[in-house]
Design a binder for this molecule. Structure first.
Ligand SMILES: *Cc1c(COP(=O)(O)O)cnc(C)c1O
Length: 385
């Protein structure tokens, strides 16, 4: 079976991990800060806080903004459930902005309309989680122009887009956002098995991200409160808020350091495979991804739209031919959990219509040409009757 996504781990990665296993510290050693520095150097962001998953990253990003009871957080319905769940973890309410039918990212016109409506209703969101679907950055400049005057914070969910660029800068630079969340799950651009990071240019947010990711406990003298119960002694630490244990281990971090040196090459390979698909599939009755000016995709997914009536059949045919196609995404608001919160079929028609037609082809750095040829041949056979 040719999978839809796959990690690339080489000898150097393995040796780096083994070296940590043979060293003194398996966690809270030198490789976590070294990985955080490498993430800053790569992205151009000032601060990086590693965490044990992208989902944890989204959670601490919301916490750092003070998202809580009574707040609204908006995101795209065309994403993995984690993009919305982070708000629910904090007790906030979730709402969605429908997608653009060409880019499959959150539609900026719909965002503008919805903000206008929310302003009148006094229901403006505290934060917007912007998802860079399939690896293509959303139009952050336009989005920030809409949200910034209203004091709405921006979190980029860049789980798909690390290694990509927007306006000539790396995704993660946080040029237009408060924070950018990365995932290092094996199907993403680079992997630490499980893992993630939050990037920011704001020192205050960086401090909060660290606190929430580490039990709410600090030894930082500038943060500690003076109390009679906890006299200031050299061993002092204080729990200042309710945090979590979302730490990444050194075993994971060292894998991340090694993987990061190959990120540009991984993205380049994905880009070559994607361009080959674009060229070879151009004459088939399907909709190819739209290339966006000023945006260099990290090509997390290669998604197509086919007639909704043939999608299921095509999916089964390709699966039976040994091709691990997938579907991204069932709109979040159609999940039973979100239906129980009051969302209905028809609420976000562009995301729903896209979902009816979407199919994801195998795409990952190590995809061999003969494997890609097999995918192209099977798809051609299935679609040209
Ligand atoms: C993978 C993914 C996440 C969650 O990342 P994990 O590291 O698996 O927790 C969040 N958002 C999107 C869009 C993702 O694809």
């Amino acid at each position: 079976m040719i999978p839809y996504g796959k990690h690339s781990v080489d000898r150097a990665d393995i040796e780096a991990v083994v070296a940590v296993l043979e060293s003194h510290y398996l966690t809270q050693g030198e490789f976590v800060p070294a990985f955080e520095k490498a993430l800053c150097d790569y992205s151009g962001a000032r601060f990086a806080q590693t965490v044990n998953s992208g989902t944890s990253g989204l959670h601490v990003a919301c916490l750092a903004l003070g998202v809580g009871d009574g707040d609204w957080v908006w995101t795209s319905p065309n994403s993995f459930v984690a993009s919305a769940n982070c708000a629910r973890y904090c007790g906030a309410q979730v709402d969605f902005v429908d997608i653009d039918p060409c880019t499959y990212n959150l539609c900026t016109d719909k965002l503008a309309q919805k903000l206008e409506w929310a302003k009148q209703q006094n229901k403006l969101p505290k934060a917007l989680v912007v998802v860079h679907f399939a690896g293509f950055s959303a139009d952050m400049q336009r989005i920030a122009a809409l949200t910034e005057p209203l004091g709405i914070a921006l979190i980029e969910d860049a789980a798909h887009a690390f290694g990509g660029e927007y306006q000539g800068r790396k995704v993660g630079s946080c040029q237009y956002s408060d924070m950018t969340v990365l995932s290092f799950h094996p199907v993403k651009s680079i992997t630490t098995a499980e893992g993630g990071a939050v990037l920011t240019n704001t020192a205050e947010l960086a401090q909060k991200l660290e606190l929430f990711a580490k039990h709410g406990v600090s030894r930082d003298a500038t943060l500690l409160e003076s109390t009679e119960h906890l006299p200031s002694e050299p061993w002092i630490y204080q729990q200042l808020t309710l945090g979590y244990n979302y730490r990444l281990s050194d075993i994971h971090a060292v894998l991340g350091i090694s993987q990061l040196t190959k990120l540009d090459s991984f993205v380049q390979q994905r880009d070559q495979h994607a361009r080959r698909y674009m060229q070879k599939l151009a004459d088939l009755p399907l909709v190819l991804p739209t290339l966006v000016a000023d945006t260099k995709s990290a090509w997390h997914l290669f998604m197509l739209q086919v007639e909704s009536g043939v999608r299921a059949e095509l999916y089964h045919y390709l699966q039976q031919s040994g091709i691990g196609v997938n579907v991204h995404y069932i709109p979040i608001h159609l999940q039973p959990y979100y239906q129980n919160l009051g969302f209905n079929v028809g609420d976000f028609p562009n995301a729903e219509s896209y979902y009816q037609k979407a199919i994801t082809l195998p795409l990952y750095p190590g995809l061999q040409q003969h494997q890609q040829d097999k995918v192209i041949a099977a798809l051609t056979e299935a679609l040209i009757v």
